[in-house]
Design a protein. Structure first.
Length: 176
């Protein structure tokens, strides 16, 4: 389902020559979603009705200055009761944009915001590894404690401190 929504949005953005604007607006919304527990709850919770979600999103978009086709897309997802999958729709849209540019979409999750130099170095390493340009989306998740989680296509490398501690905990249980 996220792929169908993303494909429709991508085709509409291509027709109106606004792919980069829509992409930037979706990235802004994704960053807001990742940084606000209240917004995440609004998006994921079935308790909120579609009209409540749309009203809240309208205010959020006005405040954030998001006004492209992306706003109508996200509101349509809310109207159709599919807002819970908007993160997956955004990821699928990023993949379509990257593929149209001859790039591979990748996502990196870190405990703290990565600097431009760190992102550039990671992008260069990924390019060397996969053999083509990489469109990198970065998100912050303090719960991973440290390290990185990198997703490229269907591959994922989880080098987070949280995962290492969980693995250590599991192995320690086996010893006793």
């Amino acid at each position: 389902m996220p792929g169908r929504y993303a494909t429709a949005l991508f085709e509409l953005a291509q027709e109106s020559n606004t792919v980069s604007q829509v992409s930037a607006d979706l990235d802004s919304f994704a960053n807001m979603l990742n940084s606000s527990e209240d917004l995440d709850r609004l998006v994921r919770s079935p308790v909120f009705g579609a009209s409540d979600q749309i009203a809240a999103l309208t205010a959020i978009f006005a405040q954030a200055g998001i006004s492209s086709i992306a706003t109508n897309f996200i509101k349509l997802a809310a109207k159709n009761r599919r807002l819970f999958a908007v993160s997956h729709m955004i990821s699928a849209f990023r993949s379509l944009v990257a593929a149209s540019r001859g790039e591979i979409a990748a996502e990196v999750v870190s405990a703290e915001k990565l600097s431009a130099a760190q992102l550039a170095k990671l992008k260069a390493e990924l390019k060397a590894s996969v053999g083509s340009d990489v469109e990198l989306a970065s998100t912050v998740d303090p719960s991973i404690l440290g390290g990185l989680i990198v997703k490229v296509g269907s591959r994922m490398v989880d080098n987070s401190l949280r995962t290492k501690l969980q693995n250590l905990k599991v192995s320690m249980k086996g010893v006793s």
